[in-house]
Design a protein around this ligand. Structure first.
Ligand code: UDP
Ligand code: MG
Length: 165
């Protein structure tokens, strides 16, 4: 099954200069990167991304974590594309809890649990096709992804936009 999956290198990964290491590990999958950008995560984007976890006790801290309150205010967002992309990326990421994750996985090697109990696990990766579609559409516009997987439509946008002066 050809899939796309959303990867985020979270603010702890950027703060610790792990971008290169993480991308090198992910290149073992032989998947294609079809979108990438650096994002300053707004409260609204953080809430939408983690909407499934809003009832969890760690939710507020999780929002602060992904917005960069504890590290630096940036996230690297990427879309990987290819055969079984979702499972292949999750495999290299490792388990959610960095202390339980395989030590050679990205989370096992670089993650930690804070004194507040938040799992700072360096990387996000979509867990299934439904989640991948929702997340890719949340983080990227169609023209930012160079391989089309999801149908698009043409709409006329009239709002004002920032342009180079
Ligand atoms: N998380 C946490 N404590 C928990 C569970 C999750 O701090 O007990 C954080 C962790 O950073 C995780 C994110 O919330 O990556 C999203 O949780 P999810 O259950 O979706 O795990 P994932 O899909 O990221 O493995
Ligand atoms: Mg998840």
């Amino acid at each position: 099954m050809t899939q796309q999956t959303l990867v985020l290198i979270k603010p702890d990964g950027l703060k610790k200069s792990l971008t290169g290491n993480v991308l090198t590990r992910l290149s073992e999958t032989k998947l294609d990167i079809v979108a990438s950008k650096i994002v300053k995560v707004s409260r609204q984007l953080a809430e939408q991304h983690y909407s499934m976890l809003k009832d969890k006790p760690f939710y507020e801290d999780l929002l602060k974590y992904i917005m960069g309150d504890y590290h630096k205010r940036k996230v690297m967002a990427l879309v990987y594309w290819g055969e079984d992309a979702i499972g292949k990326v999750r495999q290299i990421c490792g388990s959610t809890n960095p202390e339980e994750a395989d030590p050679v996985s990205i989370r096992g090697a670089y993650g930690r649990i804070t004194t507040k109990g938040v799992y700072e696990n360096v990387i996000h990766a979509s867990t299934n096709e439904q989640e991948a579609e929702r997340e890719i559409k949340l983080w990227f516009q169609p023209e930012e992804v160079i391989v089309d997987l999801y149908p698009t439509k043409t709409v006329k946008k009239t709002r004002e936009e920032r342009a180079w002066a």
